[in-house]
Design a protein around this ligand. Structure first.
Ligand SMILES: *[C@@H]1O[C@H](CO)[C@@H](O)[C@H](O)[C@H]1NC(C)=O
Length: 293
């Protein structure tokens, strides 16, 4: 495993000119630290709870519809989860995901399982994440989403997740965009510590499809460097990289390219604990109901 990690970091870092024109025209000014920290992040963290309500109250003063917790189709030992919620004050319907647990070690351990891709969304995505999303979707999330959609047809749709849940969220966002044709000006994806979800064709199709898609990366978090580029994987935009501990007021960089050497890709070292510590939260922050900072 260690050899594999090193080969990934030092072996192959070719710059690839994918659709840079589209990426340049994307409106990066739509990212707000406050919105990510205090609204989306509590939702992503809520997906790790058996009852996400406290985090949903903190993030959007909203109401959980239902948490779906099912066996992931690919690996029957694991459960995958996602919940829906809505907020009348922010006029939003939320879908938030988690895969396995919050433990970054697990992400590294499943590297072998996420090698395999399946055609999806204009390219290929990791079969593991795709099946994870589909098991939650068919396990009840679809019914709850459609009910909320009917109830609140003019609300925005917000999708989020952390770690494996971040890749499930990205796939969910593409799936909704493709199959339900929502108003994309009212559609937001924001993820935290997202692994590479699919290949370059997928990434470019994703970027063309989603005008609001931000991928928050904490300093040396190892997970966004997995699976490796030499395995055919490629990040979608827009990376927002925090080269610090993400305390309130610390600077971040809104990156210009899908794989950007001036952001996390330019780093030669990775640090596993950075994956479990976004926005400088304490260990018990989620258990306390995701209080605002
Ligand atoms: C991405 O995956 C899809 C489906 O497997 C494949 O058709 C496509 O050629 C791949 N694109 C790249 C750039 O590898």
């Amino acid at each position: 495993m260690h050899f594999l990690l090193l080969a990934g970091f030092f072996g192959f870092s070719m710059a690839m000119p994918f659709d840079q024109a589209e990426i340049r025209t994307r409106d990066r000014s739509k990212y707000s630290d406050d919105f990510a920290r205090n609204t989306f992040f509590p939702l992503a963290m809520g997906a790790y709870e058996s009852d996400p309500q406290a985090c949903v109250t903190s993030g959007i003063q909203g109401k959980v519809k239902r948490l779906i917790n099912v066996q992931c189709d690919v690996d029957k030992k694991d459960t995958c989860a996602g919940f829906t919620a809505s907020s009348d004050s922010l006029k939003a319907i939320v879908l938030a995901f988690r895969g396995t647990s919050r433990d970054s070690q697990l992400v590294i351990e499943i590297l072998d399982a996420i090698k395999e891709m399946t055609p999806f969304g204009g390219g290929g995505v990791a079969y593991y994440f795709y099946k994870g999303f589909m098991s939650v979707w068919n396990g009840g999330l679809k019914d709850d989403f459609l009910t909320l959609r009917q109830q609140y047809p003019d609300y925005e749709i917000w999708v989020t997740g952390h770690s494996l849940g971040a890749s499930m969220a990205a796939i969910a966002a593409d799936y909704l965009a493709i199959n339900y044709k929502p108003d994309m000006t009212k559609f937001k994806l924001m993820t935290f510590g997202e692994p590479r979800t699919g290949n370059a064709s997928y990434a470019t199709a994703h970027d063309a499809r989603l005008p609001f898609s931000f991928r928050v990366v904490h300093n040396h978090d190892i997970v966004p460097q997995l699976p490796f580029q030499w395995m055919g994987y490629h990040h979608h935009s827009v990376e927002v990289w925090y080269p610090n501990k993400m305390a309130v007021g610390q600077p971040f960089k809104i990156c210009a390219q899908q794989e950007d050497q001036s952001c996390q890709d330019g780093q030669l070292d990775v640090w596993i604990p950075d994956h479990d510590d976004y926005f400088d939260i304490a260990d018990d922050w989620v258990g306390k109901g995701c209080p605002r900072k």
